[in-house]
Design a protein around this ligand. Structure first.
Ligand code: D5M
Ligand code: FE
Ligand code: ZN
Length: 466
């Protein structure tokens, strides 16, 4: 029988302290090998072994018990630090990682064969076949069909989506760098693939979201834009007073914390706080007025003072020195567990790209764009447009695992949708319409807070504008 004392001593013997939750967990598990595994995997900087150092800890959420009260888990931690350059080979790794993970998801529903095997062997001509590829290029032909060049590790092939077929509407939404599966037939000369179906990685039909077994409520907001002359201070004060007595344990803020400096030409004329440090200090003051028991989770956006390319690192200490202790700084995107309920926070820079590429898309319906992200299992799949992406060994913008909640911002328009049991929330903004948005004809829906119940995944929108 592995007792508490023995567990503590085994860690102390290697100069490690251990969190009481981990001791409890290891005692329940009764698996001495797990202790060795934890010690072997621990980083050199670790002083206290916490839940995150325990392999398989997150499987706890599928069990009955959850340790700690309340319990916040930061599941992501992948963004390379600010300033790290991109190695040419990172592009290869990056897209290979994306292809292998998304094609693995697709393999359940498409029995794709390698493109080279399909095209080199004449026996597949005019036969039913399937492929899984990344979209290298997509265009409309002179006759109005849709043609996509699909690529896998072995080769490329042009795939034709006939405009008279039912799948054409979906084919019109194909965008560069997404990974899709197609069933169809190869032409008699082996150079063209006629698509009959189009399959996206998507969320499984059987997706059953996890819900907390005890009470918990989270407030979702984004795009505070502190320092801007259109920041709605009075509405924020009403929100702040409401929060002081509200029954909520978590506050999630999905980027554009401050308005920043030098983000667009002439911004200095629209700033009430022209100093970036003072913008964050003012935000720190605002957070200090909130109840100290609240767990506040902050991820950055394109107006914040970190590298713009995604994944963006968490806000660095130079700007957050005055933040209260109940704030956790996470990356963009970040996967956060609240009592086991997984929230994928993503600021949403890719909205600008999706809206420009997907027919019928508009800023007024962010729910539709979050659905498009989930169907592609990717937050920002097209490389080289407005959303800057940092290539790395791993594609951190993939949506895997499937979260219970997708929380975005950026468009400044509140919108909620449930897609295959994933609750999609765009939390709006705390900034009134700017000159730029007026030119773009974007009507923001400011000063709203979305509250999600972690036991039911039901939600309620509170409006602080009036
Ligand atoms: O984005 C605020 C709003 O402005 C949001 O609705 C997106 C829109 N926006 C931002 N940048 C662009 C570009 N380049 N083109 C079109 N629309 C854009 P924020 O990140 O707060 O400035
Ligand atoms: Fe914003
Ligand atoms: Zn933004």
């Amino acid at each position: 029988m592995l007792g508490e004392q023995e567990i503590v001593h085994r860690f102390l013997a290697t100069n490690l302290q251990v969190h009481p939750d981990v001791v409890k967990y290891l005692k329940d598990q009764q698996n001495p090998g797990l202790i060795d595994e934890i010690i072997a995997g621990i980083s050199a900087h670790t002083v206290v072994v916490g839940p995150r150092d325990v392999p398989g800890w997150k499987t706890e959420r599928d069990g009955t018990r959850f340790l700690g009260d309340p319990y916040v888990e930061i599941i992501t931690g992948n963004a390379t630090p600010n300033g790290k350059g991109v190695d040419f080979t990172d592009f290869n790794h990056y897209f290979r990682d994306r292809y292998s993970r998304l094609s693995a998801i697709l393999k359940n529903r498409v029995s794709g064969m390698p493109i080279e095997a399909l095209t080199k062997n004449s026996r597949y001509r005019q036969e039913d076949a399937a492929i899984i590829g990344m979209v290298a290029d997509v265009r409309t032909t002179a006759k109005g069909h849709r043609m996509a060049t699909l690529e896998d590790a072995t080769g490329t092939i042009n795939v034709l989506f006939n405009r008279d077929r039912e799948i054409f509407a979906e084919a019109e939404k194909i965008i560069p760098d997404e990974v899709i599966g197609v069933n169809g037939k190869l032409s008699s000369d082996g150079t063209l693939f006629f698509a009959e179906t189009l399959v996206r990685p998507d969320i499984p039909m059987s997706n059953a979201p996890f819900t907390s077994d005890r009470p918990g409520r989270a407030v979702l907001i984004s795009d505070v834009h502190v320092g801007s002359d259109t920041f709605l201070a009075e509405a924020w004060d009403r929100f702040s007073s409401w929060l002081s007595t509200a029954n909520v344990q978590y506050l999630l803020i999905a980027g554009d914390i401050v308005d920043g400096i030098g983000i667009y030409p002439g911004q200095e004329q629209e700033l009430t706080i022209p100093n970036i440090y003072e913008q964050y200090d003012t935000f720190a003051e605002m957070l200090r007025r909130f109840p100290s028991h609240l767990h506040i989770i902050v991820s950055p956006g394109n107006h914040d003072a970190v590298r713009g390319s995604e994944p963006q690192p968490a806000l660095p200490p130079a700007f957050t020195g005055k933040f209260p202790d109940n704030v956790m700084l996470v990356e963009n995107p970040a996967l956060v567990g609240l009592q086991g309920v997984r929230v994928l926070m993503y600021h949403g820079r890719s909205y600008d790209d999706l809206i420009s590429m997907i027919p019928g898309a508009s800023y007024t319906d962010p729910g539709a764009m979050m659905e498009e992200m989930l169907r592609r299992r990717h937050l920002a799949c097209t490389y080289g447009m407005r959303a800057p992406i940092m290539a790395a060994k791993k594609d951190c913008l993939l949506i895997d695992p499937v979260p219970e909640i997708l929380h975005t911002g950026h468009v400044h328009i509140c919108g909620i949708r449930r897609y295959k049991n994933v609750l999609c929330v765009n939390s709006g903004t705390w900034q009134a319409q700017t000159k730029f948005q007026k030119q773009m004809n974007i009507q923001p829906t400011p000063a709203r807070a979305t509250v999600v119940d972690l036991q039911t995944l039901g939600f309620e929108i509170f409006d602080f504008n009036a």
